[in-house]
Design a protein around this ligand. Structure first.
Ligand code: AQP
Length: 331
């Protein structure tokens, strides 16, 4: 059975970008494969974060996962730090990805550029090593991600090939990434040339925003010169972004969305985009709130950790053995 794994960092309030690029699609996999969805809390420590904020974001994310339709009977939902094998495998794998290749990672370059250069944590630099461990521990075949994370799955593939060449081709499973046809990169509403991002929000829509705020943000989104509602990323980045959001909400292609808005003025166009977003987010938000208040997500995470731990341990053992670490409990 195909194994699918993905995760989100609890670094901030989830955005519509996280929803469209990742969250919305997780449930689609749970009937066709074995799904592992985790909360990447160790990754969240790679940039300074307030402990209470991290704690709350972790709870929120668990509730959002469940609200998105993930069924804990079908999908294994867990917190990364609750499965020790992630950190243990990381200690081994950090020796097999090289500083040159890690320093070329776009995410590292972008995030480190915003920091005081003398205070860039090793974890931020080594982020792709831990992410590779997250993936290979579960023998994942497919990793659904937004566009930004593709490079990290590619470096995971390099690592797997390196390890398998050295220790035998059955040591690790080679993963593939999967990105959505529509909405792999949702842009900021106030500056459509930058990605909508939870740790660096710029007029972004948060999944916890009240619906009147969601509407207001869409109505005041930056648009472009001209008056035609047309998908043209280069010359009309604002309109193209709103068209993408609409297409993702209605689960149609960009071409279908464009055809729908022929002859529309910007104001009416934005109003319909807002309607589509509210129609999807409102019930989703209600479900999230119910789950959060009930506290039921904690039992799901405990059960998920048990299941994930049992699988991750097996991979860890296989790697420890392959690289020559002595198991003192075996003969
Ligand atoms: N704007 C986006 N459009 C489409 N997909 C997106 N994703 C994130 N932003 C967009 C996808 O959501 C998942 C969550 O990834 P992550 O939390 O591990 O980190 P990220 O990719 O770095 O996302 P953020 O929101 O920008 O987080 P911060 O600000 O903490 O770095 C991934 O599948 C991602 O591609």
């Amino acid at each position: 059975m195909t194994r699918i794994l993905s995760g989100i960092k609890p670094t901030g309030n989830l955005t519509l970008g996280n929803y469209i690029g990742a969250l919305k699609h997780f449930k689609d996999f749970q009937d066709s494969g074995e799904v592992f969805i985790f909360i990447a809390d160790l990754h969240a420590l790679t940039l300074p974060i307030d402990p209470e904020f991290l704690n709350q974001n972790t709870r929120d994310l668990a509730a959002f996962y469940l609200a998105s339709g993930l069924d804990p009977k079908k999908a294994t939902i867990f917190v990364q730090s609750s499965v020790p094998a992630h950190a243990e495998l990381n200690a081994i794998m950090q020796n097999y990805l090289y500083m040159g290749e890690l320093s070329r990672m776009t995410q590292f370059k972008e995030k480190s550029a915003k920091l005081n250069q003398s205070a860039i944590g090793l974890g931020l630099f080594a982020y792709p090593v831990l992410m590779a461990c997250d993936i290979v521990l579960y023998d994942a075949d497919i990793v659904p991600v937004g566009e930004d994370q593709v490079q990290h799955v590619e470096i995971t593939r390099d690592l797997v090939n390196r390890i398998n060449k050295r220790y035998g081709d059955k040591t690790l499973v080679l993963p593939n990434y999967q990105i959505n046809k529509v909405g792999a990169r949702i842009m900021s509403l106030s500056d459509p040339t930058v990605k909508m991002s939870k740790s660096d929000p710029k007029g972004d829509i948060f999944l916890k925003d009240p619906m009147n705020v969601v509407r207001k943000k869409i109505m005041s989104a930056v648009t472009d010169m001209g008056s035609e509602v047309k998908f043209d990323k280069e010359n009309k980045p604002g309109i193209s972004n709103l068209l993408t959001i609409y297409a993702a909400m209605r689960e149609i292609s960009i071409e279908e969305a464009e055809a729908h808005f022929v002859g529309y003025r910007y104001g009416d166009f934005k109003r319909e985009v807002a309607d589509a977003v509210v129609a999807e987010l409102e019930p989703f938000q209600k479900k999230y709130q119910e789950i959060l208040e009930s506290g039921s997500y904690l039992e799901v995470l405990r059960e998920g950790a048990k299941r994930a731990d049992a699988i991750a341990k097996v991979t860890l053992k296989r790697v420890q053995k392959a690289v020559g670490l002595l198991d003192i409990y075996e003969n």
